[in-house]
Design a protein around this ligand. Structure first.
Ligand SMILES: [Zn+2]
Ligand SMILES: [Zn+2]
Length: 355
């Protein structure tokens, strides 16, 4: 503990309204069961835009005041009382679904969908998010890295885990897989689908630059919704059968609602994007019932199975996350980072709190 500085820089939202402030705060002291992680990287997620803007959704999922940042990785530099599972010097990444450990889901072995879940970086009982130099994290939410992966890869284990959870839930081996939406999670889903043995991966988006990223992440074929009719293209490419697997990662309700008609009979679909409109299927009999389809949804990762699998895929070089990282910035440039993200010019932005 003696080697830690007394103060640190962090981002904070103290009151209603848009944006964060960069402030100096005391370095936290770990309580029982907690560790201090020297934050090496914190990545910004699309969902962080809600918190930045402090819109209606943000008010439902976060509590003032808070230090933002739910995708973070670093090194353990101090241990609280009773922490035996981690050591000083251990590199970790944070599982941001702070599960309670005692509700029905936790007891059934599904803590990722805990009924009393708190989220790292959302205030409400969790002390710090990752947008700081030293974050206080309960040891049980830390994933200790077991192989060498870079700090940038470590911080992307969180969104990659969401993609992995989605793809793994619909058995893609030897299948044709269509991924709707080429944001970070969609792009990672394409790479994971290929790594898990998908035969053909289709990437769908309306932005040409994103489709180029899809090709770099392993998509075999891309469909630009601004120029092409998706259904006609899918049917032409699948001998009129429809596509076997769909990963919905666009969060566009209109696309999601049409996508049931592109699915092959007996096909499987997983929802991972966050649509703001209602789920609505026009032709229920042909597009849902008579298809005998499987519809899944996922929230977060499988704790800690997903982490182990993603770390392995990265360490073995089966997935390369580099193409999705559009910007690396010191944390002090957080305002630029959020403006880049909101303008649509960025894909994944990684911040370094130590610079
Ligand atoms: Zn995220
Ligand atoms: Zn629980």
């Amino acid at each position: 503990m003696s080697t830690l500085p007394r103060e640190m820089q962090c981002l904070v939202k103290e009151k209603e309204g848009e944006g964060y402030e960069l402030v100096t705060r005391p370095v936290p002291t770990p309580g029982p069961g907690e560790v201090i992680m020297k934050v090496e990287r914190v990545a910004i997620c699309g969902s962080d835009i809600n918190l930045w803007k402090w819109n209606d959704l943000a008010k439902k999922i976060a509590t003032l005041p808070f230090i933002p940042g739910h995708e973070a990785s670093g090194e353990v530099v101090a241990l609280g009382e009773g922490v035996t599972e981690l050591k000083v010097g251990q590199r970790v990444a944070v599982e941001n679904h702070f599960f309670c450990g005692c509700c029905y889901q936790c007891k059934e072995g599904r803590p990722a969908i805990c009924q009393n879940m708190n989220q790292y970086g959302h205030g409400r009982g969790t002390r710090e998010g990752g947008c700081c130099q030293y974050s206080c994290v309960p040891a049980r939410y830390c994933y200790p890295l077991t192989r060498f992966i870079t700090p940038d890869e470590a911080v992307l284990l969180e969104p990659m885990g969401v993609a992995h959870n989605a793809v793994e839930s619909i058995s893609v081996k030897a299948e044709d897989v269509l991924v709707l939406g080429c944001g970070p999670v969609g792009l990672l889903a394409m790479a994971v689908a290929k790594a898990l043995g998908a035969r053909v991966v289709y990437g769908v988006d309306q932005v040409e630059e994103r489709l180029e990223l899809a090709l770099k992440m392993g998509a075999d074929k891309v469909i630009n919704t601004a120029k092409e009719d998706i259904k006609a293209t899918v049917m032409a490419m699948t001998g009129n059968n429809g596509v076997g697997r769909i990963v919905e990662a666009s969060g566009a309700a209109s696309l999601l609602n049409q996508s049931f008609s592109w699915l092959r009979k007996g096909g499987q679909m997983v929802l991972v994007g966050l649509p703001k409109g209602p789920l609505h299927v026009e032709n229920v009999l042909p597009d849902v019932i008579f298809k005998a389809l499987t519809l899944k949804s996922v929230h977060g990762r499988r704790i800690f199975h997903t982490w182990e699998e993603c770390e392995r895929l990265l360490a073995e070089g089966q997935v390369d996350v580099e193409p999705i990282v559009s910007h690396r910035l010191p944390m002090t440039q957080f305002t630029d980072a959020f403006h880049l993200l909101m303008s649509g010019q960025a894909c994944k932005i990684i911040l370094d709190p130590q610079n």
